[in-house]
Design a protein around this ligand. Structure first.
Ligand SMILES: [Ca+2]
Ligand SMILES: [Ca+2]
Ligand SMILES: [Ca+2]
Ligand SMILES: [Ca+2]
Length: 328
């Protein structure tokens, strides 16, 4: 890994909606391209999910070109991915997203080889060459102007870049890397902890203790393979995405909280689900229920937020709900 400075990177601040975002690159007709044909010059910007991307040539190879389309994506399992993917093909591109300050960003990737890049908040841009997740893992543990980098491996060629901190801008790119369903956390909730939940059945607990009586939101992001790397996938609630199944053989397939199944709501193409709960003075644990979890591949990202509404309002609503239930 070496450091390269990037001279011509600009990003514009945008008024962003305050909620979690999934950037899926699906607004464009398949095959749409955004060009940066001039080395060391600004490329053609584009917007997905309200986030502006500015394509910038790193100067490592050129002319640069970014494809938005279903081009050359060989294996979409466990990312998960659907529709268009972001595909900086054959040359290195950096893609700068101006986010508004966010506490957490997850960038799922598939990488088959070449040069990959990563930067944040105007940091030097990390550059590495190689194949698969191993090359991204060179970035693991890096600090990018106060943004901490975690690389979570899903398989030899798939994983996700997880960024934590006060994140204003992100640059990421690759030569033969593909990106989809970039997750950007809600800035209006206080992010307490991010937990990697393995899909293989073992449970993990938060390090944090949830304060008794305070409201929290649990958000589960992503999907796991439930029958090896090429089998069907499951998200926090549903097995199989062509014909999603909630329950199989009396097992509620999905993410467990404190050992119990949760009603995560209707099926979501984003594979992001949330539930609210009241802390009880203890850590929370998470698990994953499947008919057989030993052949599963991958992991979920679980975010634990404190909800900043005044506790008195929340407790008032809880008391009201309790009194309504008692009357029923
Ligand atoms: Ca997509
Ligand atoms: Ca399984
Ligand atoms: Ca289920
Ligand atoms: Ca459920």
């Amino acid at each position: 890994m070496r450091l390269a400075s990037l001279g011509l990177f600009l990003s514009a601040a945008l008024a962003m909606p305050s909620s979690a975002l999934i950037i899926d690159f699906d607004e464009f007709p398949t095959g749409t391209t955004f060009d940066d044909s001039v080395r060391f010059d600004e490329g053609e910007p584009f917007t997905s999910a309200g986030v502006r991307f500015e394509t910038t040539d790193t100067g490592i190879a050129g002319p640069a070109r970014t494809f938005i389309g279903q081009v050359g994506f060989a294996n979409s399992r466990s990312i998960p991915s659907a529709g268009n993917y972001l595909y900086p093909r054959s040359v290195t591109m950096d893609l700068a997203a101006s986010l508004g300050t966010r506490p957490f960003v997850s960038i799922p990737f598939y990488n088959s080889g070449g040069t990959v890049t990563l930067g944040a908040n105007g940091s030097d841009v990390l550059v590495a060459r190689g194949g698969g997740t191993a090359v991204f893992e060179l970035f693991d543990g890096a600090d990018l102007s106060g943004v901490a980098v975690d690389i979570v491996r899903v398989s030899n060629s798939q994983g996700r870049i997880e960024l934590r901190g006060d994140i204003d801008t992100v640059l990421f790119g690759g030569q033969e890397a593909i990106f989809d369903n970039v997750f950007v956390a809600d800035p209006d909730l206080e992010l307490i902890e991010v937990v990697t939940l393995p899909g293989q059945g073992e449970s993990v607990s938060t390090q944090a203790t949830l304060a008794s009586g305070l409201p929290y939101r649990i958000e589960v992001v992503g999907a796991v393979g439930v029958s090896g790397p090429t089998g069907p996938q499951a998200d926090a609630e549903y097995l199989g995405f062509d014909n999603p199944i909630d329950t199989i053989n009396d097992i509620d397939v999905g993410v467990l909280v404190d050992g119990s199944p949760v009603d995560w709501g209707p099926y979501s193409n984003d594979h992001v689900y949330s539930t609210d709960l009241i802390g009880d003075g203890a850590p929370l644990s998470f698990g994953f229920a499947d008919t057989f979890a030993g052949d599963n591949v991958g992991s979920f990202t679980v975010l634990v937020y404190q909800i900043p509404e005044p506790a008195t309002i929340w407790l008032g609503l809880t008391a009201l709900a309790t009194s309504i239930r008692r009357r029923m």
